[in-house]
Design a protein around this ligand. Structure first.
Ligand SMILES: [Zn+2]
Length: 199
């Protein structure tokens, strides 16, 4: 017996989510359609509300309900220190590690000519604007340790170089070829401490 169309459509929609394979999508869909209607309404409302409220911080590019975000507007964070990450979710990984006291900047990707990602597609100009108006003295590049991460870091170290600005990159202890989300909190803290200068 084929599944009813509405379940098939729900499975297809869930399967588009990251990390959800066809089997998980089917399990979730079958759970949802047999759940209490109120619980399903709450889930749907939470998804819609979160999507409606969340935007990107105009300064750092993080996910936030208010722009500037709570980190950009926190006077206790060191304004001289910026941690450059690939994606907004990487900020969560570093914040969980708990040892970083500076601010962030989300690049929005890595330079990858094969995938059609050029420097202009990333938030580099936004970072240059921040360099002009904020008292930034050090940028810690916290990109993944893969080929694109290496190439992007070298490009940024050259393009952002100016006197009085230290540019370093975390490397120590991060698994080669992987993103920040796979590193545990202690490894991330050590990777930040063990950054090496690029200029
Ligand atoms: Zn921000």
């Amino acid at each position: 017996m084929p599944l009813p169309d509405s379940i098939t459509a729900l499975i297809a929609a869930l399967a588009k989510l990251p990390g959800i394979g066809p089997r998980s999508a089917e399990r979730l869909a079958l759970h949802i359609v047999q759940n209490e209607p109120d619980a399903v309404k709450q889930l749907a409302a939470a998804i819609l509300l979160a999507r409606e409220k969340i935007k990107f911080c105009d300064i750092c590019g993080s996910l936030t309900e208010t722009s500037p975000c709570s980190i950009c507007s926190d006077p206790r964070r060191e304004a001289s220190l910026i941690c450059l990450v690939e994606r907004a979710v990487d900020i969560l990984s570093i914040e969980k590690a708990g040892s970083f006291r500076g601010k962030f900047h989300v690049l929005g990707g890595k330079i990858s000519p094969l995938d059609g990602v050029e420097p202009d597609d990333l938030r580099i100009a936004e970072l240059e604007k921040r360099l002009a108006r904020e008292p930034i003295r050090e940028i810690i590049i916290a990109l993944a340790t893969d080929v694109e991460g290496d190439a992007t870091s070298s490009y940024l170290a050259k393009r952002l170089a100016r006197s009085g600005l230290k540019i370093s990159r975390i490397a120590y202890g991060l698994p080669a070829g992987s993103g920040l989300e796979y590193a545990d909190e202690l490894t991330l803290s050590r990777a930040l401490e063990g950054r090496r200068e690029m200029n």
